[in-house]
Ligand binder design. Structure first.
Ligand code: ATP
Ligand code: MG
Length: 257
């Protein structure tokens, strides 16, 4: 059997001197869309940051296709394959177009190709009209679209999305939800998504992991985990999901968080 694209083995991580991830083990296969759920502060963002190598792990291992990332070259090669969309859009003090181009410039993509990819991403996220605007003048929904466009512009093999639709108005959330579903399935991108939205889990993800106080306490298919939730939080999540399934049988369905 081929090695998983990404594997955390007994991964622990400290922030501010406190263990915020405790011996987390999780395997992510190519083309998986892996949800991370759990209450506020359970460690979802910390795990995404560890996966993206933005926080150093204190113990355990992170394996990419069965191998540890060792040395500058391997680190660089991994970073070129991944994108992350942060919980709060972190944009450069520059134009929208420059922000969308940021990952491409870092990767030294040729100028002409950069321009084409930026135009494509701006079009895709319906922000072409904002391309010359300073990113700091954007509304939070616009900024979210810019950060998604920046992440997809590099055509990542693996993308980490931290609550990508939180605090968006419903029509925009619906639009971005459909777009993301299309992008993930048509481009064969592997994704890990921290979310509080049961519809994202049910409709986007083939796997879900439940975090609690830095521990990973359950994982599997959404059907399996929600049928036998490992804690009160995931039990409440499962109740919402069942309501959602019932409701979407009679309506178009709405996000249930
Ligand atoms: N910079 C930091 N210094 C110290 N502790 C931190 C820091 N950042 C996060 N933490 C702690 O790490 C724990 C996990 O936080 P994390 O942001 O990973 O949770 P989360 O599951 O993403 O929560 P949310 O659903 O609120 O986004 C929390 O207890 C949090 O207070
Ligand atoms: Mg978080």
């Amino acid at each position: 059997m081929t090695a998983p694209l990404l594997e955390a083995r007994n991964l622990s991580l400290q922030r501010g001197g406190v263990d915020v991830l405790k011996k987390v083990s999780l395997t992510i296969q190519e083309n998986d869309v892996q949800a991370l759920i759990g209450s506020n502060g359970s460690g979802k963002t910390s795990l995404l940051l560890a996966f993206a190598r933005l926080l150093p792990i204190s113990r355990g291992e992170l394996l990419v296709k069965g191998e540890t990332i060792h040395g500058e070259q391997a680190e660089l090669a991994y970073r070129r394959r991944i994108s992350i969309v942060f919980q709060e859009p972190l944009l450069l003090d520059a134009s929208v177009a420059a922000n969308v181009a940021a990952g491409l410039s870092l990767r030294k993509t040729p100028r002409q190709e950069q321009q084409e990819r930026v135009d494509e991403a701006l079009e895709m996220f319906n922000i072409a009209g904002l391309s010359r605007r300073s990113a700091h003048t954007l509304s939070s929904g616009e900024a979210r679209r810019v950060s998604l466009a920046r992440a997809f512009a590099i055509r990542p093999e693996l993308i980490f999305l931290d609550e990508p639709f939180t605090a968006l108005d419903l029509p925009l959330r619906e639009t971005l939800f459909s777009l993301l579903a299309r992008l993930l399935s048509s481009n064969g991108i592997t994704a890990v998504i921290a979310t509080h939205d049961c519809r994202e889990v049910l409709q986007l993800c083939n796997k879900v992991a439940v975090m609690k106080k830095g521990h990973l306490i359950g994982s599997g298919t959404p059907a399996d985990v929600l049928a036998d939730p490992p804690d009160d939080f995931s039990a409440a999540f499962a109740r919402h999901a069942h309501l959602q399934v019932g409701r979407s049988a009679t309506t178009e369905g709405h996000p249930c968080s």
